[in-house]
Write a protein that binds this ligand. Structure first.
Ligand code: PMT
Length: 408
């Protein structure tokens, strides 16, 4: 999404400047050409040399600097950019831009640009809550500017509250959203992710290797493309996607209850979760004591097959997308699940392939359609795989829109 994009990173003077160094690195790693503009106050925290080394471009801070001899610096840079990110955005820069002040390179450039501007505010909680900052935020939003809201947590001043700048990953995600086609606007997409855990006793459980990465990537991608997203998630160590409503669950039974409730309003259901097929027939109320050298036999009983149940209840126009985790005969097994569970698409992944399946940041899949179609996605990041799956969803929607136009 950010490859070959010209991004201006505006850095203003706050302690969160150290996070902007990581943001700059993340942006360049994603293939963006980053031009850093620092305010005088930002340079009190870190030197331009740090950003220059990471971005590979000269850092700008002087309003009177000339670009290519004849062009005015702030206009030249503003013209070349695809987007401008201000991180951290202090109360001061928000106030200046909201009130039309342009007294340094960054504020002048923001006024001189037509490209999207994304602010990642960072400040003390009392400042964030102040009527002046809140009023300025409203003014900026009305002017069409974008925000990544600050997080709550321990602030540099020692106080706990809202004001911590969003993480570099969240800022990159917000930036990607600006560039994304909004071809899923109007869709309500229910995604499931992660494993389920089935208790043996209060300290032990049966589960599987799912990390939740594939499902979370699906949820992020759907939200980026304009969908209203609900993510029903088993236990994972992943940060919740900001733009999805998250419903945490543990067991297959809990996932089943949550999914059936949420599916009623969903136009698309994407089941990337690895639901345990079995659970211990009885879960002991106290920790099972071990007798020296003795084994333990667990009786397992079947969990509900949530996707099969959804397939039986499928409404007109609702799309069901399953995932198939296979270790042999990938396409044959996946096609059988597609048919038996009444799905529109199934994403088949061979979880034994290097770099694919559980835990990896990448996956390689075959997307099979109920119409017999097959799309291969070679090893790619789970974010990219998620986008290819959503491309197939969009394709089905377009096809059915055309056929209903024809029959009208
Ligand atoms: O989470 P990661 O570490 O990123 O790994 C990603 C993944 C390998 C978990 C993911 O890509 C994947 O393949 N998810 C589906 C795993 C799975 O349960 O496959 P299955 O073939 O057993 O099930 C087929 C489909 O039925 C799945 O959509 C599953 O969610 C659903 N199912 C299965 C069993 C059950 N009791 N209820 C279900 O709804």
């Amino acid at each position: 999404m950010l490859r070959n994009r010209e991004i201006i990173l505006g850095v203003t003077g706050g302690i969160a400047v150290y996070k902007s160094i990581f943001l700059c690195r993340e942006l360049t790693q994603q293939g963006a050409n980053v031009h850093v503009v620092m305010t005088k106050n930002a340079m009190e925290f870190v030197t331009p040399l740090t950003f220059q080394t990471i971005s590979g471009n000269t850092v700008t801070h002087d309003l009177f600097e000339l670009f290519h001899a004849s062009q005015i610096g702030h206009v030249a840079l503003a013209d070349r950019a695809h987007a401008l990110v201000v991180a951290p955005a202090t109360a001061n820069i928000l106030g200046k831009v909201a009130n039309g002040l342009a007294d340094d390179f960054l504020s002048t450039m923001i006024m001189a640009t037509r490209v999207p501007v994304l602010f990642a505010p960072a400040m003390n909680t009392v400042m964030w809550d102040s009527p002046a900052v809140q009023r300025n935020l409203r003014t900026l939003a009305e002017a069409g500017h974008h925000f990544v809201e600050p997080d709550e947590g321990e602030l540099a001043c020692g106080v706990h509250g809202r004001g911590k700048m969003a993480s570099p990953e969240e800022i990159v995600e917000a930036l990607e959203t600006l560039f994304c086609p909004k071809d899923l606007t109007g869709e309500r997409i229910l995604v499931t992710a992660g494993p389920t855990v089935e208790p043996i006793d209060p300290v032990r459980f049966v589960s599987n290797h799912s990390s939740g990465k594939m499902g979370y990537a699906m949820a992020r991608a759907a939200a980026r493309r304009g969908a209203d997203v609900v993510l029903v998630s088993g236990p994972t160590c992943l940060p919740p996607p900001r733009r999805a409503r998250i419903v945490p669950v543990k067991t297959a039974d809990q996932m089943c209850e949550a999914v059936l409730a949420e599916a009623a309003a969903a136009t698309v259901v994407i089941k990337a979760a690895a639901v345990c097929d079995w659970r211990p027939a009885a879960s002991a109320p106290e920790k099972i004591k071990k007798a020296r050298g003795a084994g333990l036999t667990l009786a397992l009983e079947a969990n509900p097959d949530i996707l099969r149940e959804l397939g039986q209840r499928k409404r007109d126009g609702q799309l069901l997308v399953g995932f198939a985790a296979e270790t042999t005969d990938l396409v044959t097994h996946a096609r059988a699940k597609l048919r038996e569970k009444n799905l529109d698409l199934i994403v088949a992944n061979d979880v034994t392939a290097p770099g694919a399946g559980f835990h990896a940041d990448t996956n390689a899949v075959r997307i099979l359609g109920a119409d017999g179609s097959e799309v291969g996605v070679p090893l790619a990041t789970k974010d990219r795989v998620a986008d290819r799956v959503l491309d197939c969803v969009v394709k089905i929607r377009k096809r059915s829109a055309v056929s209903s136009q024809r029959s009208a």
